[in-house]
Ligand binder design. Structure first.
Ligand SMILES: [Zn+2]
Length: 246
C-alpha cells in the first residue's frame, strides 16, 4: 500500500505571482527525474527554503525517494488538486503550458545509475493509486508523459536508464480496470483532443504562411479567428497559436 508523507511546500505561491491556489483538473501525469539532487536539497527547494531569485519556486505533487518513500507535496485528488510549477514551457496535443493540465511526480535519481527495486515498487504503487482515483472522472485523459517528450528542446529527464523501468511504470498506470462508460468517455476525449490539436496546427500553419507572404493583417485575422473559437467553446482547453503582433 502507498504510504504518503505530507510535506509543507509553497505550491500556492507559484502560480503567476498569486497566492491563491488554482484548482487543477488534470488530464494525466508528468514524470520527472531529479538527476543528482539529494532529498535534503529537493525538500528544501520545494518548501521554498532555497527559492530561486526570479520569484518562482518549483513545486510538484509527488516526490519519490531512492529508498522508495513517497512524499505527497500538494493536493492532488479529484476536485482538490492544485496547479503546481514543474513543466515549464511545454507542449502536447495542441496545448501549451502543461502545468495547467498535468499532475507532476519527481523521482529521485542520479543519471547513469539504476533505479532501486524499492523505488520502482513505489512508482508503480503511485501510478495505480492516481489512475484509480481519476478513472471515470470526465476530464481525465489518462496521459502519462515524460518531461523530455513535452519539452524536447530544454529537458532530458527522465534520463538514460529510465528505459529499464519505463515498461513497468506504464503497465502499472494502465492496470486499473475500466468500465464501459470509462472506455466510451476515453474515446470521446481522445476525439476531442485530436480535433483540437488539428485545429491548432492548422491555425498556426496559416499564420506562418501569412507572415511568410508579408501579410501581417491576414495573420492577425487568423489569430482572431482562433481566439473567437476559444470564446465560443468555453470550458474546453484553449487553442494556442503562439501569434504575437509586431
Ligand atoms: Zn523535469
Amino acid at each position: 500500500m502507498l504510504r504518503y508523507r505530507t510535506y509543507p511546500t509553497r505550491f500556492h505561491q507559484n502560480v503567476a505571482g498569486t497566492s491563491t491556489p488554482r484548482i487543477l483538473e488534470p488530464y494525466g501525469m508528468l514524470l520527472h527525474t531529479t538527476e543528482g539532487h539529494g532529498m535534503g536539497y529537493l525538500l528544501g527547494l520545494l518548501s521554498g527554503e532555497f527559492a530561486r531569485g526570479d520569484g518562482v519556486t518549483p513545486s510538484v505533487h509527488f516526490l519519490i525517494s531512492l529508498k522508495g518513500e513517497t512524499y505527497e507535496l500538494a493536493p492532488w485528488q479529484p476536485g482538490e488538486a492544485f496547479v503546481c510549477w514543474h513543466a515549464g514551457r511545454s507542449e502536447w496535443m495542441g496545448l501549451s503550458g502543461l502545468n495547467r493540465y498535468l499532475l507532476g511526480v519527481e523521482i529521485e535519481h542520479v543519471a547513469g545509475e539504476a533505479y532501486p527495486a524499492a523505488q520502482v515498487r513505489a512508482i508503480e504503487d503511485l501510478m495505480r493509486t492516481v489512475a484509480a482515483a481519476y478513472r471515470g472522472v470526465p476530464y481525465w485523459r489518462g496521459w502519462l508523459l515524460e518531461h523530455k517528450r513535452v519539452a524536447p528542446t530544454r529537458k532530458t529527464d527522465p534520463t538514460s536508464r529510465w528505459a529499464e523501468i519505463m515498461g513497468r511504470v506504464y503497465a502499472a498506470w494502465k492496470e486499473v480496470p475500466m468500465s464501459e462508460t470509462d472506455v466510451l468517455q476515453a474515446i470521446a476525449n481522445l476525439q476531442e483532443d485530436v480535433d483540437r490539436s488539428q485545429r491548432a496546427s492548422s491555425y498556426r500553419e496559416s499564420i506562418m504562411v501569412a507572415i511568410a507572404n508579408g501579410d501581417p493583417e491576414e495573420a492577425a485575422r487568423i489569430n482572431a479567428e482562433a481566439l473567437a473559437w476559444n470564446k465560443s467553446n468555453p470550458g474546453k482547453p484553449p487553442i494556442v497559436t503562439g501569434y504575437r503582433a509586431k
